[in-house]
Write a protein that binds this ligand. Structure first.
Ligand code: UDP
Length: 192
């Protein structure tokens, strides 16, 4: 279920509905791509057709911004609360820990993804973070092999926006994880 704001789609699911859908996607071997949509991205997409097309390729464009919620209320839509990128990531980590789904962290400065992994392991006992790679490694083959050999089900990509969304759209079809989420500066936040 989606609503459209100035040509950019946003889905109307809650966190709980999204987590359930993402687990189903993994179990059914379906690939999905989560993009956080905020008013800034919607405005940028007005002047950038390529960006608008990219955002509209997402399986789950989440309403990450109170502006999107307000716009939905004004047009009598169904979106009543934000679904933020970082909260979505943490809820996905929690569910992955409970269900034995594996996670890979790609992006941020050297050392940051490793520290985020340690913090997530403390927050969610049992979580399986099967690999990390910093975001300044640019050798496509090295990145691809590390991700595919890890056996990860979920890939979080923290390269900043919209670079991470372009990266996901260009690579998800040749990678083995099922769920892809661009998470911006979230590894920096989690690693403290
Ligand atoms: N980054 C990266 N590789 C790059 C450029 C940026 O890994 O080539 C990382 C950077 O270290 C930071 C994140 O991408 O961790 C960008 O965070 P920012 O808060 O700027 O992203 P936003 O949430 O604004 O999209």
């Amino acid at each position: 279920m989606k609503e459209t704001f100035l040509g950019v789609d946003v889905c109307t699911y809650t966190y709980e509905q999204l987590v359930a859908k993402l687990m189903e996607d993994i179990d059914n071997n379906r690939k999905s791509f989560i993009v956080a949509i905020n008013p800034e991205k919607i405005m940028k997409a007005q002047q950038d057709d390529r960006l608008r097309e990219l955002l509209n390729q997402a399986t789950y464009p989440i309403p990450d911004g109170i502006g999107v919620v307000l716009a939905s209320i004004l047009k009598r839509g169904r979106i009543r609360s934000r679904v933020t990128g970082i909260d979505m990531m943490l809820r996905l980590c929690q569910e992955a820990a409970a269900r034995g789904k594996k996670i890979f962290l790609y992006g941020a400065k050297p050392g940051v993804a490793d520290e985020a992994k340690r913090r997530l392991e403390k927050m969610f006992p049992g979580i399986q973070i099967v690999g990390t790679m910093h975001g300044y490694e640019k050798d496509e083959q090295v990145i691809k092999e590390a991700i595919n050999q890890s056996g990860a089900d979920i890939l979080f990509v923290a390269l900043g926006s919209p670079a991470q969304e372009y990266w996901i759209a260009n690579h998800m079809h040749s990678l083995s994880p099922k769920v892809y989420q661009g998470v911006g500066g979230s590894f920096d936040v989690i690693s403290g």
